[in-house]
Design a protein around this ligand. Structure first.
Ligand SMILES: *Cc1c(COP(=O)(O)O)cnc(C)c1O
Length: 399
């Protein structure tokens, strides 16, 4: 057996490989430069072009680009009419922004448990958590796998709830052949550098609903409308006239970011294809290893593969998750954990949430780890990850 680097052995590789990272080329940088030297650098023609591209790519009718997914979720919740006293049901196995959007609106996040096989929100648990105050569901496509949207849609229709999809992981994914972006009432994307395509920071909301679209446009920019034909107290003002219709924000994306993202979107098919290739290699390498449990796909979902999450089978391993994580780190394979259940955090504790709310999510959290997955990885990088995982498993295998 090869000695682990953490015990003084030679690491599988000499440079660190991280769980995710962007792939920005000279060509992308050239697009940013062109826009930087043009007349518009803030929210202008490039953002318009980006929104059109997002609609073409997903098939959605309307897109509103904004500063990030966190702000996208915030204004989506507001457009859905979420306010003080309301409840939003979401998953705890997510980044905190998925539930914070409820808090921004003065509403209460309610955590439904996840399915033990897919780790996605369990429709039955959603239904169990519905109260007369429930207004919306924020469903997260964990790792890129689309949630069981037909089942969730049915529940939302039955109880008159608005369905918001947090698709930070799942641009490019499909459900029964339909693109993410067309499945929920509103779909929110993230363009953070670890996500499938990046704008540095960025987000967008996609919808087929004109009313939501118009509200989202107002909320993105101070609730402000430009209309020279409007008047104050019956007196026409002039061509400069603008007015505030509601309390909005400055959540505008810049044209610089949109220029980068337009260029990235031209390559999204290649990015997704490469992610799928890497996942196929991992699946093949781990399929006969009972020490590692891989999440299962539902047949309806065709995932664009944001994350590859392995789960340690502690019946077969003699180490803790921490020991496994540190051992991989010493081999220069830098993993991440997605996610600590949101209600574990001190802030959520201070609001009265406690451990024990979602037993499946808590159990899953104990054993999971995201190994490197991003399109710029070479075949050699992929081999290094497989080799390191096997080496660590071998050293900690229970006899
Ligand atoms: C990344 C992420 C977010 C936040 O996205 P930002 O663009 O960084 O605001 C929200 N939800 C999930 C599931 C994410 O992975």
């Amino acid at each position: 057996m090869e000695k682990l680097a953490i015990n003084g052995g030679v690491p599988v590789r000499s440079t660190k490989l991280y769980y995710g990272r962007q792939w920005i080329t000279e060509e992308d940088a050239e697009e940013i430069k062109k826009t930087a030297l043009s007349d518009f650098v803030t929210c202008g023609p490039k953002v318009d072009e980006l929104e059109k591209k997002l609609c073409e790519y997903t098939g959605a009718k309307y897109a509103v680009a904004c500063t990030n997914d966190t702000s996208a979720l915030h204004i989506a919740a507001l457009a859905a009419g979420v306010g003080p006293g309301d409840e939003i049901i979401t998953t705890p196995l997510t980044f905190m922004a998925s539930s914070n959007c409820a808090l921004y609106c003065g509403a209460t996040p309610v955590f439904a448990d996840v399915d033990p096989i897919t780790y996605n929100i369990d429709p039955q648990s959603i239904e169990e958590h519905i109260t007369p105050r429930t207004k919306a569901v924020v469903a997260v496509d964990y790792t890129g796998q689309v949630v069981d949207i037909d089942a969730i849609r049915k529940i939302c229709d039955k109880h008159n709830l608005i369905l918001i999809e947090d698709a930070a992981h799942s641009i490019g994914s499909k459900y029964n052949g339909k693109m993410v972006g067309t499945l929920a009432d509103m779909t929110c994307f993230s363009f953070h550098p670890v996500k499938t395509v990046t704008a540095g920071e960025g987000g967008a909301i996609l919808t087929d609903n004109k009313e939501y679209y118009e509200k989202l446009k107002l909320l993105r920019s101070h609730g402000m409308e430009h209309d020279a034909s409007k008047m104050i107290d019956g007196i026409p003002e002039g061509p400069w006239y603008y007015e505030q219709q509601m309390l909005g924000f400055n959540y505008r994306m810049t044209d610089l970011q949109a220029a980068l993202l337009c260029s990235q979107l031209n390559k999204i098919d290649m990015f997704v294809k490469r992610r799928k290739e890497i996942v196929a290699k991992y699946n093949e390498a781990f399929k006969d290893m009972p020490e590692i449990i891989c999440p299962q796909d539902i047949k309806e979902s065709d995932s664009s593969r944001h994350l590859y999450v392995i789960r340690l089978n502690f019946d077969k391993l003699s180490c803790s998750r921490r020991e496994f994580f540190d051992a991989l780190g010493a081999e220069n394979i830098i993993c991440q954990i997605h996610y600590i259940p949101v209600y574990y955090f001190p802030y959520y504790r201070s609001l009265g949430y406690n451990k024990g709310l979602c037993p499946n999510a808590e159990k899953i959290y104990e054993g999971i780890m995201s190994i490197p997955l991003y399109p710029k990885m070479t075949d050699r990088d992929v081999e290094d990850v497989i080799c390191a995982v096997k080496k660590v498993v071998e050293n900690y295998r229970k006899n």
